[in-house]
Design a protein around this ligand. Structure first.
Ligand SMILES: C[S@@+](CC[C@H](N)C(=O)[O-])C[C@H]1O[C@@H](n2cnc3c(N)ncnc32)[C@H](O)[C@@H]1O
Length: 276
């Protein structure tokens, strides 16, 4: 059913997960004490004819916190490199560029054609904001990235949906093509990947797609260095809930001797060596 001002949703599989992250991010942005402000996310959220709570349940701060961490990262990069290039892989309905990008930056958004079509119901690309309707695994997007500008690549809520060998090959190819670039991404632990094995039943009405790539935090750096030995930096980024019981649970989980290895995490690497 569609009312006059709403947009019908026909997304399925991994592209539908952009609504899950939008649900959590927009709900966080709607809170007076939320960790991010984003009127555009709220406007998109309200324009979609979709029963978010039915599919994804009660919203939580997780994806808002993740976006806020990546905002801080990308802002710092653009402060240091105002003419920098930001590549957002699997961007979905994320409105990060409106929160962080200045006039000189080039923003390249990469997502599958059906996902990009949904994005373009709300966001129009231009010469500083390029939309590429291709898979992140299709190296065609590499050619859209100018070779003479600093580059920051992000994948937020994407790599876990790929097979490990595809993540490894993409990582190696990015390192070879973008020396000195930064790459920040989030990752789920192996137990969670196993739980997502055939899809995880989030609510009675929604089962997530499988998330085949899981990696424990203590295996991450050795694995990345095995894939690309000359990495200039591997750094874990903070992920903390702002309030409620999850604030304590996630903080303790992330530092306790056994559980920290099995936590969800955010990581930034820098490929070596150009200027690194
Ligand atoms: C969980 S959503 C995250 C969206 C956005 N990054 C955010 O945080 O709101 C996963 C996104 O990955 C995209 N995606 C799935 N497979 C992809 C692929 N092979 N290449 C590029 N994007 C892909 C989906 O269409 C979707 O937009």
């Amino acid at each position: 059913m569609t009312t006059d001002n709403t947009v019908t949703v026909t997304l399925t599989d991994v592209p539908e997960t952009m609504l899950w992250t939008l649900h959590n991010r927009a709900s966080e942005a709607a809170r007076p004490d939320g960790v991010l402000r984003d009127e555009m996310a709220l406007s998109i959220y309200r324009s979609l004819d979709y029963d978010y709570a039915r599919s994804f349940g009660k919203p939580n701060a997780s994806h808002g916190v993740r976006s806020a961490v990546f905002d801080t990262e990308v802002r710092a990069f653009l402060d240091a490199h105002p003419r920098g290039v930001v590549v957002n892989l699997g961007e979905g309905l994320e409105t990060q560029r409106f929160r962080v990008a200045g006039d000189e930056a080039l923003w390249i958004s990469v997502d599958l054609p059906e996902a990009m079509a949904m994005r373009e119901r709300f966001i129009t690309p231009d010469e500083r904001h390029i939309h590429l309707p291709v898979s992140a695994l299709d190296r065609a997007w590499f050619d859209a990235v100018p070779r003479d500008r600093p580059v920051y690549i992000t994948a937020q809520g994407l790599l876990m949906y790929f097979k490990a060998e595809d993540v490894a090959a993409l990582f190696r190819d990015m390192a070879a093509r973008f020396p000195g670039a930064w790459f920040a991404f989030d990752h789920i632990p192996r137990w969670l990947s196993r739980k997502f094995g055939r899809g995880y039943r989030l609510t009675k009405h929604y089962t997530t797609p499988p998330g085949p790539w899981g990696i424990n935090i203590d295996d991450l750096e050795p694995t990345l260095r095995d894939w690309v030995p000359d990495l200039a930096e591997v750094r874990r980024l903070p992920f903390r809930f702002p309030r409620g019981v999850m604030r304590w649970f996630v903080s303790v989980w992330a530092i306790a001797p056994y559980t920290w290895r099995h936590a969800y995490g955010l990581t930034r690497v820098r490929f070596g060596p150009r200027d690194a």
